[in-house]
Design a protein around this ligand. Structure first.
Ligand code: F6P
Length: 340
């Protein structure tokens, strides 16, 4: 049996643990092709045969030894035809696709066309539905919490408002958990917009009482009246958000202008995605990889591995991409207790 494995979308700590889990748990008669740069490698026929030696000790290394890209072959007839042609040319019996919603949507499409596909959910954003956690998320939360911890002393020493931006285009998981862990005084996430007036009120109250403030804001957060305020539409991306790095700077300017307090902004961005995974993410990635290989051996295709409680299960691939997993209101309400 010959299987192809690939990693697509943004990289994520724990990807190499999944790859190692797949390779180490594969029976001897299974040949594993590591497809380079996600679906792009299948279109361009870029791959390498993966052996036990290739995956030795890689679970502790960040990123992905296979490289990644955001290529979605089903956006072009030419690319999707090439993809199908190459799957046949390589004689691939099954594909394990490790990725977020876009990568998994290609996996689900191929599965609906009759190909043998297994999905492994990946994103630091933790917004893939039907799984409790995606690997990489805990690492991102830890890095974010550590960074916010460090901002407290400098904000306090200078009596400043520091706005720290964390990744999360659609969901605020990283921001709410890093913010809670590190005691941010206001947490702004895409799921629960706030008006600028409300934000300014929080700042005034906090600054009058305590003299410094940390605001954790998710990249995808939009104040309610954003459209009216941002004049230059080139600052807004295809998703209707201010571009990565934009919201923190924007909030910093607005808060300074409306309150007179000294403000600074910090964008954590790709720092959250780089470097070595936490023990939790190494183990989760390993368990996902081993379970994905088991599904291949059992010929239980069209499934995505998932975490439910402490158990690794599998669900139909299409469930994973049907919706996103957002921060529930009860959780946000809990965070609100610590605002101000
Ligand atoms: O992987 C998801 C994510 O981390 C988002 O939070 C963020 O918007 C995006 O990736 C950034 O992607 P890129 O590395 O392509 O700029």
């Amino acid at each position: 049996m010959k299987i192809g494995i690939l990693t697509g979308g943004g990289d994520c700590p724990g990807l190499n643990a999944v790859i190692r889990g797949i390779v180490k748990s594969s029976p001897e008669d299974v040949e594993i092709l590591g497809i380079m740069h996600g679906w792009k490698g299948l279109v361009d026929l870029e791959y390498t045969v993966l052996t036990d030696d290739d995956v030795e000790g890689i679970h502790i290394i960040g990123g992905t030894i296979l490289g990644t890209s955001r290529t979605n072959p089903f956006r072009s007839k030419e690319l999707s035809e090439k993809l199908e042609e190459n799957i046949k040319k390589l004689g691939i019996d099954a594909i394990i696709a490790i990725g977020g919603d876009d990568t998994l949507s290609v996996a689900a499409k191929l599965s609906s066309m009759g190909y043998n596909v297994i999905g492994v959910p990946k994103t630091i954003d933790n917004d893939v539905s039907n799984t409790d956690f995606t690997f990489g998320y805990h690492t991102a939360v830890n890095v974010g919490a550590d960074a916010i911890d460090r901002l407290h002393s400098t904000a306090k020493s200078h009596g400043r408002v520091i706005i720290v931006e964390l990744m999360g285009r659609d969901a605020g998981w990283i921001t709410i958990e890093a913010g809670l862990a590190a005691g941010a005084h206001l947490i702004l996430i895409p799921e629960y917009p706030m008006t600028l007036n409300e934000i300014v009120e929080y700042v005034k109250r906090r600054m009058e009482n305590k003299g410094y403030m940390i605001i954790a804001v998710a990249e995808g957060f939009k104040p309610t009246e954003l459209e009216n305020i941002v004049g230059d539409k080139s600052e807004i991306d295809a998703f209707g958000h201010i571009r990565l790095g934009g919201i923190a700077h924007y909030m910093s300017e607005i808060i300074k202008e409306r309150t007179g307090y000294d403000t600074r902004s910090v964008v954590l961005g790709h720092l959250l995605r780089g470097g070595t995974p936490t023990a939790f993410d190494r183990v989760l990635g390993t368990r996902y990889g081993v379970h994905a290989m088991k599904l291949v051996i059992d010929r239980d295709f069209g499934r995505m591995v998932a975490l439910r409680g402490n158990e690794i299960v599998s669900i139909p691939l299409e469930y994973a991409i049907a919706t996103k997993k957002f921060v529930p209101f009860d959780y946000y309400k809990l965070a609100q207790i610590f605002f101000g």
